[in-house]
Design a protein around this ligand. Structure first.
Ligand code: SF4
Ligand code: SF4
Length: 231
C-alpha cells in the first residue's frame, strides 16, 4: 500500500472496517468457502496471479480465517483485484475456495463504493456498457489495427473484411459486426430485469454515476414495458 493510501486507510474508523468484514462473513457462500487453513501453500503454487503479482490466495484465506479485520480491509483495498478468478485454488486440501472469498470481498467492495473498486473497474466502463446494453460481449467492430498493433497485418485484414467474415459464419445471429451476435428483444428484456432486480444496476451507480445514467437511459423503456419502472 502506498503512503497516501496507508494514511487514508488509517483514517477509516475500525468500526467501518469491521462492518465490511461482517458483510463478507454474512454472505451465504462464505461458510462453504472457508474451513480453516493448513498453510500448505498449494493454492499459491497453482495460482497464476501469485506468479505475476504480489498476491497470495493463502494470505487471503489466513487473513479471513484469523478474523484479521485490518488485514482484510487492506486486502479489500488492494490485492483482491489481482486475482484472475480462475479458481485453480480449488485444489486446496482443506476444501477452501480462496478465489470465492475474493469474489465475496470484491462484491462487498463494490456495494460499498470503495475507491479500490472504482479504480479497478474504471478501465472497463466501455465493456460494461457494451455487455449490459446489448446483452453480448466485445464486438468484432472493436478490432481496429491501431488498437492491436501487435497483431500486425492480421488486424488490418480482419477489420477491412469484417462484413465478409461475419457473413461466412453459419448462424444468422452472428451476421453483425456491431455485436458478437444478435440478442433478441425478449432475452434483452430478461437480462435488463435480472440486472435491475438483483441490484447490479445499483452497484454500477455506486461505482460510476455517469455509466449508470447511460444504462438507465438504454434500459428504462424496456423495463417500464415489462412492468418494472426504474423510478
Ligand atoms: S481464483 Fe484467484 S486466488 Fe484462486 S488460483 Fe485463480 S487467481 Fe489465484
Ligand atoms: S491450499 Fe488451502 S490449506 Fe493450503 S494454504 Fe491454501 S488455503 Fe490454506
Amino acid at each position: 500500500m502506498s503512503a497516501t493510501a496507508a494514511a487514508k486507510a488509517a483514517a477509516v474508523p475500525y468500526s467501518e472496517k469491521e462492518r465490511l468484514f461482517s458483510a463478507v462473513k454474512a454472505d451465504l457462500r462464505f461458510e462453504d468457502y472457508l474451513y480453516g487453513c493448513y498453510e500448505c501453500g498449494i493454492c499459491v503454487a497453482v495460482c497464476p496471479s501469485a506468479r505475476f503479482y504480489d498476491f497470495s490466495p493463502r494470505r487471503i484465506a489466513q487473513a479471513v480465517a484469523r478474523e484479521d479485520v485490518e488485514l482484510v480491509w487492506e486486502q479489500m483495498n488492494g490485492e483482491i483485484w489481482e486475482c484472475s478468478q480462475c479458481f485453480s485454488c480449488l485444489k486446496c486440501p482443506r476444501k477452501n475456495n480462496p478465489g470465492g472469498i475474493v469474489t465475496i470481498m470484491r462484491e462487498v467492495a463494490v456495494r460499498n463504493g470503495l475507491h479500490s473498486a472504482q479504480q479497478a473497474l474504471e478501465g472497463y466502463s466501455r465493456i460494461i456498457y457494451k455487455i449490459m446494453s446489448t446483452g453480448t460481449q466485445v464486438s468484432p467492430d472493436m478490432i481496429r489495427p491501431e488498437a492491436f498493433p501487435d497483431w500486425g497485418p492480421t488486424a488490418r485484414e480482419t477489420a477491412e473484411n469484417l462484413e465478409v467474415w461475419r457473413r461466412a459464419m453459419p448462424p444468422e445471429t452472428m451476421h453483425t459486426t456491431s455485436t458478437s451476435w444478435e440478442v433478441d428483444d425478449r432475452t434483452l428484456t430478461e437480462l435488463y430485469l435480472i440486472w435491475h432486480l438483483t441490484g447490479v444496476l445499483d452497484m454500477i451507480k455506486t461505482l460510476d454515476e455517469s455509466l449508470h445514467m447511460i444504462l438507465v437511459d438504454v434500459m428504462e423503456e424496456k423495463l417500464e414495458e415489462a412492468g418494472y419502472p426504474l423510478s
